[in-house]
Design a protein around this ligand. Structure first.
Ligand code: 5RP
Length: 233
């Protein structure tokens, strides 16, 4: 079976949490897109929900499926958010932002009663960090911010190449918030909480892709079936 099939299976399981009237955050990425697709099918069959998207990409998908959409300004508290991840450890600490949506994803997750992460088994890792950590930064003072990220990360044991994310047009990728992203290839993040605090102390850093203590449930699909971490169903 392909990883895409597993992503779909995880999304199908998450869909069983959806009840009429729920306010739902919609994640970003190929796994979250499966959930949005399945939710769209339920909506077209009559399910009533209200959703907030974590990216312009997801917003477009949801709109095309006629999923009712709102904003966090109109609806500041959500019942459930379903999103993917780039890495998940056994404590349900996450690396996110491979799709560049980490800032809105974190804002939406923080506004949600329950964050459910869906993934194929390749995302489950013993230690975070093999996937380069996305760090969203303002464009002003880019070189200074990069230097500070390197220095402060090294103080908490993280070293590696810090690369400005580039697009297919050979220009820096611009996030939905108008910022740039550094991908930090630390290899192993042993002290995720310390690294998170260090990155948050840098003025040019808007947010980083470590989601610590935020996920309530992780649904991991793989060759052995479904594995549920955290709060069960
Ligand atoms: C986007 C994300 C995604 O959830 C993450 O990159 C996983 O994507 P995919 O489901 O395509 O593997 O954090 O910013």
């Amino acid at each position: 079976m392909s990883s895409d099939t597993w992503k779909r299976q995880a999304a199908e399981k998450a869909l069983t949490l959806v009840k009429p009237g729920l306010k739902i955050g919609l994640g970003t990425g190929s796994t979250a897109a499966h959930f949005v697709d399945l939710l769209g099918q339920r909506v077209s069959a009559g399910l009533q929900v209200l959703c907030v998207s974590t990216s312009e990409r997801t917003q477009a998908q949801a709109r095309a499926l006629s999923i009712p959409l709102t904003t966090l300004d109109e609806t500041p508290h959500l019942d459930l958010t379903v999103d993917g991840a780039d890495e998940i450890d056994l404590d349900m600490r996450l690396v996110k932002g491979g799709g560049g949506a980490l800032l809105r994803e974190k804002i939406v997750a923080a506004a949600s009663e329950r964050l459910v992460v869906i993934a194929d088994e390749s995302k489950l890792v013993p230690v975070l960090g093999a996937f380069p950590l996305p760090v969203e930064v303002v464009r002003f003072g880019l070189a200074a911010t990069r230097a500070l990220i390197g220095e402060l990360a090294a103080e908490v044991g993280c070293q590696g190449h810090i690369r400005l994310r580039m697009g297919a047009d050979a220009q820096p990728v611009v996030t939905d918030g108008g910022n740039y992203i550094f991908d930090c290839a630390f290899g192993r993040i042993e002290e995720a909480e310390a690294l998170d605090a260090a990155l948050k102390a840098i003025p040019g850093v808007v947010e980083n892709g470590l989601f610590l203590g935020m996920a309530d449930t992780a649904i991991i699909a793989g060759a052995g079936g479904l594995r549920i971490l955290g709060d069960q169903f």
